[in-house]
Design a protein around this ligand. Structure first.
Ligand SMILES: C[S@@+](CC[C@H](N)C(=O)[O-])C[C@H]1O[C@@H](n2cnc3c(N)ncnc32)[C@H](O)[C@@H]1O
Length: 222
């Protein structure tokens, strides 16, 4: 992948990042409230779709597992960072037979129609090839949900903080999603704001797009 330090950044900070989920009030005080907002919005979208199988791309420590698995939804989490996978497997162990965790990156996603919904929260922030990630998710599932940070002061501060560690952060304007979707063979169903932090966007396959051929080789530079 082009943003080579993205994976190692979260590998080194897995416990610290996961700990934001231990207290919502504290996380909100630290400006991390959108992590909870994007989870809630995604759970609402998932509930409206009644999926049997959900793919969680860049699942991190697995905050999406409990709300989905307790509804009887089967979740597959993928994440390349070993430390995140260890935390995710710990979380998954509470839901035997319902949650699987694979250590792999989105560039290794080759499934076709294996899921009803594919989700990526806090991942498009660091991916330069957003349309390629969307396309892979759209092949894996007919519905796709992603969170996207918006340009602005908040993002500029993040760019500086992460940039110092060699990680590039990308911002998305409200007007970007229709073209991103169409590049990926998808259309926008809904775009839900996360305050000033950005959006959660629900995409679905373009009607009539029955393309299910396997994706091409991994993104160049990956
Ligand atoms: C900001 S965290 C979000 C974790 C989780 N989705 C959440 O909402 O808490 C981003 C996650 O993406 C993972 N990641 C890094 N490179 C990735 C890649 N190439 N493919 C998939 N996930 C990746 C990181 O290891 C990290 O767990």
């Amino acid at each position: 992948m082009s943003n080579g330090d993205f994976e190692s950044y979260f590998q080194q900070r897995a416990r610290r990042f996961a700990s934001f989920y231990s207290s919502e009030p504290v996380a909100r005080m630290l400006g991390r409230g959108p992590m909870f907002d994007r989870l809630r919005i995604t759970i609402d979208i998932a509930s409206s779709l009644s999926p049997d199988r959900v793919l969680d791309v860049g699942c991190g420590s697995g905050p999406l597992f409990p709300p989905l698995a307790t509804k009887g939804i089967h979740v597959t989490g993928i994440d390349p960072a070993e430390a995140m996978v260890a935390l995710a497997r710990q979380q998954a162990s509470a839901y035997p037979g319902l949650v699987d965790v694979d250590q792999r990156s989105w560039e290794e996603l080759t499934e076709v129609d294996a899921y009803d919904l594919a989700v990526a929260l806090g991942v498009f922030d660091y991916v330069a090839e957003a349309a390629q990630l969307l396309e892979r998710m759209g092949r894996a599932a007919p519905h796709v949900v992603g969170s996207f940070p918006a340009p602005g002061l908040r993002l500029n501060l993040r760019k500086r903080r992460y940039g110092a560690q060699g990680v590039t952060v990308h911002g998305y304007r409200a007007t970007d999603f229709a073209s991103l979707a169409s590049e990926a063979g998808l259309e926008v169903v809904d775009r839900l704001p996360l305050g000033r932090a950005g959006y959660v966007v629900h995409f679905r396959r373009l009607q009539g797009n029955t393309e299910t051929s396997p994706p091409g080789p991994p993104a160049s530079g990956s």
